[in-house]
Design a protein around this ligand. Structure first.
Ligand code: PEP
Length: 262
């Protein structure tokens, strides 16, 4: 995945998106798929704000085993239907190599979360798929560890890899869930030809701070943003504290596009 191997930016084409190079991508959707109606409504709002990729988790990596773990295949069915109705790409998280076949029957883009960045058997299995993989940075991963994780996917033959900074563990976690490492964005872009996007929702963990942190990532060169949205954040099944309302997302995306074009 090094620029010494391939100097030109990787550009990934899906049915509804072109990711990487000079392109700027917006991804939005609920944290977890909750119902057919909800994912469709959130997808409509996301599309209206310029997103081409509809995110949503049906297999959720929760800290506690007693927390809601996602709807599983039922969620995939509703998510796929919403993406098809709206003409958007579907992206969802995968946690186990055992799920690759099932999740691959539905999704357009596989998401590997921060906790699985070094799940090497998962990375290798995804390296044998012919679909893009969005790889999130481990919350304590160095740049070299992050790039080596991407290399696991590429070395199996799949070059369609999107990197995402989503905040790292820092020494003060009192006011923010993580710390958006904006500095890693230009560093990665110098080292690798892969697209580098940012997720300010998980970096901030608090909706008030998602917009400024997201705009900072775009100013640092992020080639896209992923945002979690909910029409009633207080009632979200997962991570409502960090969800933006559709109106807040619209404002953020409008400003982000303007910064990207500077
Ligand atoms: C997510 O995007 O739903 C998620 C769980 O993110 P992360 O892996 O960054 O915590």
């Amino acid at each position: 995945v090094s620029r010494t191997f391939q100097p030109d930016d990787t550009v990934i084409q899906t049915k509804h998106s072109i990711i990487g190079g000079q392109h700027f991508n917006l991804i939005a959707g609920p944290d977890a798929i909750e119902s057919a109606e909800h994912v469709l409504a959130m997808g409509k709002a996301a599309k209206a704000a310029g997103a081409t990729i509809l995110r949503g988790g049906s297999y959720k990596p929760r800290t506690s085993p007693y927390s809601f773990q996602g709807l599983g295949e039922q969620g995939l069915v509703w998510h796929r239907a919403a993406a098809d109705t709206l003409g958007m790409d579907m992206m969802t998280e995968i946690m186990s190599p055992a799920d690759v076949e099932l999740v691959g029957q539905y999704t357009d883009i596989f998401q590997v979360g921060t906790r699985n960045m070094q799940n090497f058997s998962l990375l290798k299995a995804l390296g044998r798929q012919n679909k893009p993989v969005l790889l999130k940075r481990g919350m304590s991963a160095t740049v070299d560890e992050f790039l080596s994780a991407a290399e696991y996917i590429a070395s199996e033959g799949n070059q369609q890899i999107i990197l995402m900074e989503r905040g790292i563990r820092s020494f003060d976690q009192k006011y923010l869930r993580n710390t958006m490492d904006v500095s890693v964005i230009p560093v990665l872009q110098k080292l690798t030809h892969l697209p580098v996007l940012a997720d300010p929702s998980h970096a901030a963990g608090v909706s008030d701070h998602v917009t400024p942190i997201g705009l900072a990532a775009v100013a640092a060169g992020a080639q896209g943003l992923m945002i979690e949205i909910h029409d009633q954040p207080a009632k979200a099944w997962v991570d409502g504290k960090q969800a933006l309302t559709p109106d807040q997302m619209m404002t953020l995306f409008t400003k982000a596009k303007a910064i990207h074009e500077l």
